[in-house]
Design a protein around this ligand. Sequence first.
Ligand SMILES: [Zn+2]
Length: 452
Amino acid sequence: MATLLVKNIHTLVTMDDDRREIPSGALFVRDNVIEQVGTTAELDTEADEILDLEGHHIVLPGLINTHHHFFQTLTRVIRAAQNSDLFGWLQSLYPLWSNLTAEGMYYSSQMAAAELMLSGCTTASDHHYLFPNDCKLDDQIRAIAPLGLRFHASRGSMSVGESKGGLPPDSLVESEAAILQDSQRLIETYHDNNRYGMLRLVLAPCSPFSVSTDLMRESAKMARAYPGVRLHTHLAENKGDVEYSLETFGMMPEDYAESVGWLGEDVWHAHCVKLRDRALEKFGHTGTGVAHCPCSNMRLGSGIAPIRKMLNHHVPVGLGVDGAASNDASNLLHEARTAFLLARVKDEDPGAITAREVLEIATRGGARVLGRDDIGYLAPGMAADFIAVNCDRPQFVGTASDPVAALIFCQVDGVDYSFINGIKVVENGQLLTGELPLIQAQCQKLATQLVS
Ligand SMILES: [Zn+2]
């Protein structure tokens, strides 16, 4: 048993049920679990390790990323895909992605995870949907484990190629039998549904324009046979996506999702830019979640998701940076700020969303979307996943009246400390669990190979 006391926290943002913010706060952690939350005076106790933050840091629950494609770190800012919409962008990138190898998957996953962790992410879900050459989801799982990031790995898939009316080339799709067999193998090998589990599995057919109705139904059936295995896909991302749904299935995306059993508390959809009011009501009633990816939606000119309306309809909303080839960053703090600004643009209303609501989406919201009741806020019995940001930095000058809101109002690039499952993974803004220069060099080499 090991204990940790974090004390003299300038403001401890608990995000608990009362949304308490505790001045001169302290946290007491035993192993991987928070045991006490209070003021520094209240938690005056001994511990194996003491982290004295000297009154300069804001501490908050670790941020949660609910949508990403780590492998795309190898193909950022590709010239031919810089100015295309979703379908054109995908069609420019598919040929490059068909060169992906297991080694590329390994290092791009580590690179993306490192960027996320340095920007405050303590839990991430990745949506990996293509398996050319020697790629297996095991390579990604193997890559993330040593970094200590809490991880929801998605066994994504594509089964409808161009010759059958889908968007991806036939060479990049798999047979549905092979997809389902591998999905079952991965769940049975890796899925940990215990409280504080570090690795869970998700089944994630890529999108309505790359998989069949059958695969959607069969994936849902399989996921629901295993407690805690959730379902994830892309939905209603842009105008073209909606048109494809109407032409191919004769239904709006939300109706298609419902027809294949893809509404419910165990499902979350990425983007949902084009969902209408009626769909938002359905999502709210059924508890179907959304991964909001504002940077990607702006970058691809897809539109602006109606986040205020989603929140009003009680739709569970989490934040996602989306793939590294359509952001083209993996910075979750930046994403939160963008979500904040964009919601105000969408409604032409500076009251559309507050800084604290955005922090809530990034923490509690993400936890709900991923189906977790052990992360997302800081309270006794919750996982010890928390981050600290030093307010003694240029961006915080002049923000003494509300440094918590300044986390969102002012652009903060990274965190100073991060603990995941009680383990210190970032210290003084440096990653402790991986050799960043090595990961970066390997990734750069593999990216060059992939593109050439
Ligand atoms: Zn995506």
